[in-house]
Design a protein around this ligand. Sequence first.
Ligand SMILES: Nc1ncnc2c1ncn2[C@@H]1O[C@H](COP(=O)(O)OP(=O)(O)OP(=O)(O)O)[C@@H](O)[C@H]1O
Length: 243
Amino acid sequence: MTRRFGGLVAVNDVSFDVREGEIFGLIGPNGAGKTTLFNLMTGLTPPSSGTLSYRGQTVTGLAPHRIAALGMSRTFQNIRLFRGLSALENVKVAQHARTRAGLWRGVFGMARAEEAQVERRAWELLDLVGLADRAGEEAGNFSYGDQRRLEIARALATEPRVLLLDEPAAGMNTSEKGGLSAFIREVRGQFDLTVLVIEHHVPLVMGLCDRVAVLNFGELIAIGDPASVQRDPRVIEAYLGGE
Ligand SMILES: Nc1ncnc2c1ncn2[C@@H]1O[C@H](COP(=O)(O)OP(=O)(O)OP(=O)(O)O)[C@@H](O)[C@H]1O
């Protein structure tokens, strides 16, 4: 896909496949086009040209909620929780948001059995991310690390097959970062997910990902296993050139 903003080509003819079940890293210097690529993949930004395929189906141009309903769910670089709602409510809302119909049902009332199921599922997800004991606290009061975990719980509430994480380590302290790789692997295994992750913290990406793609000025300059990407002269130049 290609995406232009006026004269700027934010994503320039980038093409790759992500394999089912892998943890796929997307790295590159600031402004390289990583978030734009996530926005293209999740329907937030339409491409200027190119196509997006998901499990053999062309999904280019579908609205974000339609793409989410097909099983792609994401977190954002700038955390987008409902800060005034409790952790539990944040996860419950996400379950309703899976489809428009579900959202209306969430707003106007559900059968009691369904409500109980949503509540139980929300507790399970909070437990998984280690926040069950803080379920009643307002999300806005959580540390960065805990907010990111809550965002992941919320993304999982939509029952995705593909989870896209935009800079999950941003704002985390060293010990929070230390536990993140194991946590992402555990979530991938437990939910049978394919994971895409944008991350600036290169050691984390190299230790976590099965394959890594590198963007620079909107172009895909390398793709492969972490060790070969790290040795690639174009990647070294992109990170060190001009500094
Ligand atoms: N909506 C937009 N309108 C105009 N320009 C945009 C828009 N979104 C992104 N850009 C530009 O596209 C380029 C790529 O931005 P993008 O946020 O995708 O990069 P990134 O690799 O995610 O950067 P970072 O690591 O800093 O988050 C940048 O030059 C940015 O200013």
